[in-house]
Design a protein around this ligand. Structure first.
Ligand code: HCR
Length: 361
């Protein structure tokens, strides 16, 4: 039945929400959703999921060859997927609608960098949503670049593309994510990981299945040297040897941030403090009043911008229209589009004073 998991009093608004997403394409954030599906966390916090497997991130530096390094980058990437795409189901019972970031909002957490090991990561992601066959389809726009400084001082670089996702379970009111299609990790040394995502009924008949092949540089005309298969939210193994490749069934490291009282007014948890409190404590009047206030201020800032003919200045990043790294490695997987924009972190203030850069709107 429709809305099995929806509280009785919210069934009507859940049905209206489903009708509005079915006839809508674009930014889902503008749609009003019933309280039971609201998350108290801002989307600005989401990049923190990339930091939850620091030991695998650091281990990239200990590789013994280009192939081994490509394998370690793949292992770390696959290990971040569980947190990124299933953790709300674990902590809140289903996928939820995150708070929609506002202009000026920042979230300071870990810097995605291990200076001692010489491994760092930078990237951005935006989403384009549409509705098809009862599911929300989310195309991620953006990519990440991982850089490793080798013992000889040279740099190795990896372009990481982001998977498409489908939000299923909407009919019942218990949304969850399934990753779909293919994403790639391409290294400067020419090794390419091609990751195919499937849900129930494909490779293993299980949800969250994936299969990844690691292929040598085109100059060595190689066939894949490794094939890994399994479920990205649990474990996977090397198909040829049976050896365990990744295992995320154990605990992960959660990002820690300073106490809210010490944050400035633009930091996510401070900015959304009362909205989050309202959602967490079931005081939806408080949540809605505060949300309306923040959104009205946001609209005013947009109007001021238009009136002054100015463009919003990013605090920590510089926007570039086309990213040379993406263009350089995109040819290895026939990237479509052939170029993407990027946001270059300005290291302001510098790392020594501030080892926690921002993700922000
Ligand atoms: C699609 C989504 C917003 C975007 C979220 C992204 C893609 C953001 C970048 C992260 O690195 C990974 C990530 C994980 C989330 O799974 C994904 C969100 C899931 C739901 C949310 C929609 C905008 C909300 C839809 C409303 C539904 C749940 C009713």
């Amino acid at each position: 039945t429709v809305g099995e998991a929806v509280p009785d009093a919210q069934r009507g608004s859940w049905t209206s929400f489903l009708k509005s997403i079915a006839s809508f394409s674009g930014d889902l954030s503008s749609l009003t959703a019933p309280p039971f599906i609201l998350s108290p966390v801002s989307l600005t916090e989401f990049p923190a999921y990339w930091c939850e497997r620091p030991e695998l991130f650091a281990a990239i530096a200990d590789a013994t060859s280009d192939e081994d390094r490509a394998k370690r980058v793949l292992r770390w990437f696959i290990s971040t997927l569980k947190g990124q795409y299933t953790s709300r189901n674990e902590s809140m019972g289903s996928e939820k609608k995150p708070l929609n970031p506002v202009l000026g909002e920042v979230f300071y957490a870990y810097y995605i960098c291990n200076p001692e090991k010489g491994v760092s990561l930078q990237g951005h992601s935006a989403q384009k949503t549409s509705f098809s066959g009862g599911s929300i389809i989310v195309k991620q726009i953006g990519h990440a670049t991982l850089t490793v400084t080798l013992p000889n001082g040279e740099k190795d670089e990896y372009l990481i593309t982001l998977p498409r996702l489908r939000i299923d379970g909407l009919w019942y009111g218990s949304p969850y994510i399934e990753l779909c299609e293919t994403s790639w990790i391409v290294s400067a040394s020419g090794w390419v990981s091609t990751i195919e995502y499937k849900g129930k009924g494909y490779f293993s008949g299980k949800s969250h299945s994936y299969k990844a092949t690691l292929t040598p540089p085109p100059s060595s005309r190689g066939l894949p040297t490794h094939i890994f298969e399994g479920t990205w939210h649990e474990k996977s193994k090397n198909v040829k040897t049976g050896e365990l490749f990744h295992d995320v069934t154990g605990p992960k490291e959660e990002v820690s941030v300073k106490p809210v009282e010490e944050m400035d007014e633009w930091e996510s948890r401070k900015l959304w403090g009362l909205v989050s409190k309202g959602i967490r404590e079931g005081d939806f009047e408080l949540a809605s009043r505060e949300k309306t206030r923040i959104e009205n201020e946001q609209r005013q800032r947009r109007r001021d911008e238009v009136a002054a003919g100015t463009k919003w200045e990013l605090k920590h990043f510089v926007h570039v229209d086309s990213d040379p790294t993406y263009e350089r490695y995109g040819k290895f997987f026939n990237a479509n589009p052939p170029t993407e924009d990027a946001y270059v972190f300005q290291h302001n203030p510098p790392l020594a004073e501030f080892d926690a850069p921002a993700t922000g709107a």
